[in-house]
Design a binder for this molecule. Sequence first.
Ligand SMILES: CC(C)(COP(=O)(O)OP(=O)(O)OC[C@H]1O[C@@H](n2cnc3c(N)ncnc32)[C@H](O)[C@@H]1OP(=O)(O)O)[C@@H](O)C(=O)NCCC(=O)NCCS
Length: 322
Amino acid sequence: MCLINDVLHADLPDEPPWRSDHVREYLAVNMPEERRLMWFAEDDAGTAADGGKVLGSASLLLVGGQTGVLDLFVRADARRQGIARELLNAVAWRANAERRRTLTVEVIGGTPGVRFYEACGFHRTLVEVRHVLTLEHVHWPRTEQIAGQLANGYRVEYLPGGPPEEMLEPYARAKLMLRHLPGDDFDIDRMVSIEANRLRASLSTLRRRGMRSYVVVVTHDATRQVAGLTELVVPAHRPERADQYDTLVVQAHRGYGLGLAMKARMLMAMRDDEPQIRDVVTWQTLEMEQMARVNSVLGFVPDREWYEYEADVPELLAHLSS
Ligand SMILES: CC(C)(COP(=O)(O)OP(=O)(O)OC[C@H]1O[C@@H](n2cnc3c(N)ncnc32)[C@H](O)[C@@H]1OP(=O)(O)O)[C@@H](O)C(=O)NCCC(=O)NCCS
């Protein structure tokens, strides 16, 4: 935690620091099919347990398929000595032994990570812009009004802890419908129970990691289908900042202001249930025009760019040994 807070202080001094609440669980608990491996670089005084200092850490999250997700941090006073490169080398060998073809990493614009990963041969695959809503700047009477303006034929529900068991399948269906493109042979009916199981596991994992989930759902009265949903998570180790997870409105229900009403309802609920929250962050790609409109009406402002970088594991190993 000292390492993370040192790195935050050096690279992103406006970010809220981590607290010790549930940090162990946050780092150690994964989804059932995932595994996380970690490496630490310590100074000459020995291990952290006998008084040495942790200079850097790397983590490799083995998700399904052939991909590994990387995280790497080096203390500000220990940089440019090759520590990250050495950690990356260890990660790449292990990823290779675990038959991972690709390593991906999230890199924050304006931090030294950009030049480090480019120097190591990673390439950029996604650009998103993080948007921040500072609750102090929210116009609450207007937000309350937006939250109350729900189109006829729809019902809104606030669900702390996530969707209950009986709603998991309609909820899963709404999520799947977003991934379904006209003309593909995606069998939603067959996928619903698999997706519901995945959601059940994900909610339980979030809970065990000390991440409090909140969901607002809009149901269509006539069909009883989930027409839209928005998800927010408050981590115990950093409770001043809430992370916006998915927000979606199923295609047939777009154009009725449901996205805006759901997000406004969520903000109203957070003001009561998580009063320590200072801001909410969300990520947008440049293509997400409708979501951009919703976010700007509520007062989200662009903050900084976030990138996803990727490397082919055999190429990375060759690069690191050259
Ligand atoms: C990115 C990071 C891991 C690099 O750690 P490091 O130990 O300093 O990296 P290395 O010494 O192994 O650097 C290897 C190569 O990467 C490149 N590189 C690393 N940092 C660089 C920088 N600031 N500017 C330009 N190139 C850089 C160089 O080519 C370097 O080789 P060189 O020193 O021989 O020129 C470190 O800066 C860090 O922890 N950054 C914060 C990560 C982060 O995500 N922060 C925000 C969220 S908490």
